[in-house]
Ligand binder design. Structure first.
Ligand code: AMP
Ligand code: SF4
Length: 431
């Protein structure tokens, strides 16, 4: 998962991009990069504050930026990507993954294309360069050919473009700002800099920004926004399809209790991802919510660290014995992927004196990998791919384990036109 941003005709684009990317930092902490007017590039590993520093400040009115999640790839592979094409200079930043990227790369190479990176995002640059018509027509032509999954910002000498794939899998928003325009993956990042009127880039459309904005629809398919953005990924103060993420997570917790009424003394959230869901579960059940488990914020991220993951998760979580001791607790988290985190949490709570430990998950079991840009895991690593709920319960050593149903999830979000492929294996691009 990644975050993207764009700025068009705004004084001090560098600082505006810095602020927008900071508001999207939760979407990727591995690297940050920007491309400004005249295609000046600034990229580096680490957080926005480490890369877009005061010493690196550059005067600018236009630019695009990217924060990257995945650990793979060298410095050259940090986005945005820049290319000198038949249609002029182009820079591109991409959020999402193209599931049939290998086939695309092979077919482009057969036509003579030379790839500079292993990033699927480079496919767009080749397609734009090879398409007929003027620069804008070439972008529209290229986008028509790739079905999923992308949100893109494209910087050209004469305009900025923001696009979403025909299913609208990944998010993208824009608004007017200080006489120009700004674009970001989540509306909360735009709100944070003071944008008042925020619009969603419609799915299957590209918005061109010059003097004004021009929306061009290239291909609309059935809406399939990623439900995992609601469940885990996005910031709680963001909204998608008009639904606030925090409120949707609260409702997931409420639905979870409605489907699984249980008796217990205490609801404990797994911070921070399980907090909103635990709040909803507590409100619906009347079982008090308390912080029984603290998180050390200064430890590295454990989710994608291949080695010593268990050790890191264990050090990251600190139980509050005085809260837990002798209690029947229900611990609430947003998801179980490989099962490592929850096994450790249950054991920590037992060691801290919990009488019973029940586990509630406010999404359905993750059984299938995501091919659209959320790094879940390979199928064989997903604990629910082969094991049923009873087996996962035994594995994490819980007294009971319950998940939210797919219908419950859709009710909580208030929508049914979502991508839920990691739960049911029905991938929109294969239909
Ligand atoms: P696991 O230990 O693999 O079961 O990971 C589950 C934990 O990771 C939960 O606490 C989730 O909040 C969190 N999580 C779920 N999906 C992701 C993701 N794509 N990236 C990072 N963390 C995640
Ligand atoms: Fe989101 Fe899951 Fe669909 Fe991937 S498969 S886009 S994580 S809902």
């Amino acid at each position: 998962m990644c975050g993207i941003a764009g700025v068009w005709n705004v004084q001090d684009a560098f600082s505006v991009l810095h602020d927008l990317l900071l508001g999207l930092q939760h979407r990727g902490q591995e690297s940050a990069g920007i491309v400004l007017n005249n295609f000046r590039v600034l990229k580096g590993r680490g957080l926005v504050e480490q890369v877009l520093t005061e010493e690196n400040w550059l005067e600018s009115e236009r630019g695009i930026g990217h924060v990257r999640y995945s650990t793979a790839g060298s410095l050259e592979e940090i986005q945005p990507l820049v290319a000198f094409t038949k249609k002029g200079k182009i820079a591109i930043a991409h959020n999402g993954t193209i599931p049939d990227a290998e086939a695309w790369i092979r077919s482009l190479q057969e036509r003579g294309a030379v790839f500079q990176s292993t990033l699927d995002s480079e496919i767009f640059l080749h397609l734009i360069s090879m398409s007929s018509g003027d620069e804008k027509e070439a972008i529209v032509e290229a986008l028509k050919r790739v079905k999923a999954a992308y949100s893109l910002v494209v910087l050209h000498e004469g305009f900025l473009a923001a696009a979403r794939d025909p299913y609208g899998i990944r998010p993208l928003f824009y608004g007017k700002y200080r006489g120009g325009f700004v674009v970001a993956s989540e509306d909360s990042a735009l709100k944070a800099i003071g944008v008042e009127e925020i619009k969603e880039v419609p799915r299957g459309s590209v918005v061109f920004f010059e003097e004004g904005e021009e929306v061009v629809e290239f291909e609309k398919r059935e809406e399939r926004f990623c439900s995992f953005e609601f469940i885990y990924f996005a910031r709680p103060d963001s909204s998608f399809l008009g639904e606030n993420v925090h409120k949707a997570r609260c409702k997931m917790g409420e639905e979870l209790f409605a489907e699984n009424p249980i008796e217990a003394d205490l609801v404990i959230p797994v911070l921070d991802s399980g907090l909103s869901g635990a709040l909803g579960f507590s409100r619906a059940s009347g079982i008090p919510l308390d912080v029984g488990l603290m998180r050390n914020r200064y430890m590295g991220r454990s989710f994608i660290m291949p080695v010593n993951r268990e050790k890191i998760v264990k050090k990251k979580l600190v139980p509050i014995g005085d809260v837990i001791k002798g209690k029947r607790v229900v611990v609430i988290d947003d998801s179980i992927v490989r099962g490592t985190t929850m096994s450790i949490i249950v054991n920590i709570l037992r060691e801290a004196g919990a009488k019973e430990v029940h586990v509630g998950i406010h999404s359905p079991p993750v059984r299938y990998p995501c091919y659209y840009g959320i790094d879940t895991a390979r199928k064989q690593e997903l604990v629910a791919s082969e094991k049923d709920v009873e087996e996962v319960k035994r594995l994490v050593n819980a007294d009971s384990l319950f998940y939210l149903s797919l219908e419950g999830l859709k009710r909580a979000i208030g929508r049914s036109e979502l991508c839920v492929a990691c739960f049911n294996g029905e991938y929109p691009h294969l239909k």
